[in-house]
Write a protein that binds this ligand. Structure first.
Ligand SMILES: [Ca+2]
Length: 451
């Protein structure tokens, strides 16, 4: 499992709305006390002490400059999560399914070798590959050393990005990549799997046997590195990850949490049924995953789901990758559940968060986002006020907590809205950033969707 500090909101998870910064409350207050040049001198001394060679440092130096645009992105406007159905609709739109199937066919023998060695099946790797870089079509255009040095200097998450910067230099020093190829997203994720420099340094493998770990240009290295990373996150060979289920009208809804596991036999006793095919063995541990509450889509999440969360702890993103993998593995379209699932606006989410805090619940930042803490607080509050405790926030809950709620929008209403700006954010640092909006796919070779 991932530590909260490492939580990342990925590539494609967030949809920006035009909210002024004050609406989202003050950004984290911290001050840079040292000027960049003296900071950089000290950093270079530290790098030499840590074994980075003078030659590598010299060749990196043109990139080791401060970029205020990165800081602006990092401290950018508030963003809110799209709900699972809308997000996965967008992520799996156009030809992405077909391209994923094509990639699995085209690289079938490679995938088979990787599965034999690492135990990770082709649909899972393909799903990450498709969502992270559109199967290698879209790597990002930022100089990542510049991004990393800027974020390492900045006070907000300096320690995390300092370590990333060291590892980015180590990647060059190890001969994996040349300085000029170190391009990626604004927060320093790069390659076909858009992983961080530290995840790359620790997990990349040379699978094509040319002596270099090249998870940018080599497809074998890219896919095998991802498999190795997923194995390090606890992936178990031959085990399922998620499966769509049908839930009964009545269930102890407060048990539907990724932090709670029951054997499949307990879920079936409560009336949970496979939506298609069979459930796994009765003693298989499973969490009930209700990404949009009890009237929305429903899945059992098996122990391998933790590898998706380890890759990216953002719940909607992880669920979407796992669902995409299930679809590539042959699962039909997920049932969308009730037609009128209520979706709170970011303003309503903040109203709810304030009400939760007033009642003594812990939500983390009042940020309008349905993160893990807010979900837990919603569940606890639902228990307290006697609503079904499925962790899905509603206007009714706001009212019951003494807040004022305007009617929320339904998914059906929202799906007709114009596309908001796609946002991204980096690494396991939990930074929040933005990628500009992209077009809907329109051709066989998808235009890069999220950069
Ligand atoms: Ca290689």
């Amino acid at each position: 499992m991932v530590f909260p500090i490492l939580a990342r909101v990925s590539a494609v998870l967030l949809v920006g709305v035009t909210l002024s910064a004050p609406a989202f409350g003050a950004t984290t207050a911290c001050k840079n006390t040292q000027n960049f040049d003296s900071w950089l001198d000290a950093f270079k001394k530290d790098a030499l002490a840590q074994g980075i060679s003078p030659q590598i440092l010299a060749s990196a130096t043109p990139d080791l400059t401060f970029d205020p645009a990165i800081i602006r992105r990092d401290r950018g406007q508030g963003v809110f999560q799209q709900p699972f159905l809308q997000f996965s609709d967008r992520m799996l739109a156009g030809y992405r399914m077909q391209n994923g199937q094509l990639m699995m066919k085209r690289h079938a023998s490679l995938f088979a070798r990787i599965e034999r060695e690492y135990g990770v099946p082709p649909p899972v790797l393909t799903a990450f590959w498709g969502l992270e870089s559109d199967f290698g079509a879209s790597f990002g255009k930022y100089r990542i050393l510049r991004s990393l040095v800027t974020l390492a200097y900045d006070c907000r998450r300096a320690d995390f990005f300092r370590a990333q910067l060291f590892d980015a230099l180590r990647i060059v020093q190890r001969g994996d990549q040349k300085i000029e190829d170190m391009n990626g997203d604004w927060a320093g994720e790069f390659g076909g799997m858009q992983i961080t420099a530290s995840d790359y340094f620790n997990n990349a493998v040379d699978f094509d046997g040319d002596g270099r770990r090249d998870a940018i240009r080599s497809i074998p290295d890219t896919l095998a590195s991802a498999a190795n990373f997923l194995r390090s996150l606890g992936w178990e060979a031959g085990q399922p990850w998620i499966q769509e289920v049908r839930v009964p009208a009545q269930l102890p809804w407060d048990q539907a949490s990724l932090t709670i596991q029951h054997p499949v036999s307990q879920w079936t006793t409560w009336g949970v049924r496979a939506a298609h095919g069979q459930l796994p063995a009765a003693d298989t541990k499973a969490s009930l995953l209700l990404p949009m509450g009890r009237t929305g889509p429903a899945f059992l999440a098996y122990p391998n789901f933790k590898a998706f969360l380890g890759w990216n702890s953002a719940f909607v993103y992880s669920t979407t990758v796992a669902y995409f993998a299930a679809r590539l593995d042959g699962a039909p379209l997920v049932s969308r559940g009730a037609a009128d699932i209520e979706v709170l606006s970011p303003q309503q989410m903040m109203e709810l968060q304030r009400a939760l805090v007033k009642h003594g619940f812990t939500v983390g930042d009042i940020d309008g986002k349905l993160g893990a803490q807010t979900r837990n607080a919603v569940r606890e509050a639902q228990v307290k006020v006697g609503l079904p405790a499925d962790a899905w926030p509603t206007a009714e809950l706001i009212v019951k907590l003494g807040g004022h709620a305007k009617p929320a929008e339904s998914v059906a209403q929202q799906s007709g809205q114009p596309q908001a700006r796609a946002q991204t954010s980096p690494g396991r640092a939990g930074s929040q950033g933005a990628r500009p909006a992209q077009q809907q796919p329109s051709g066989f070779r998808l235009p890069p969707l999220f950069r």
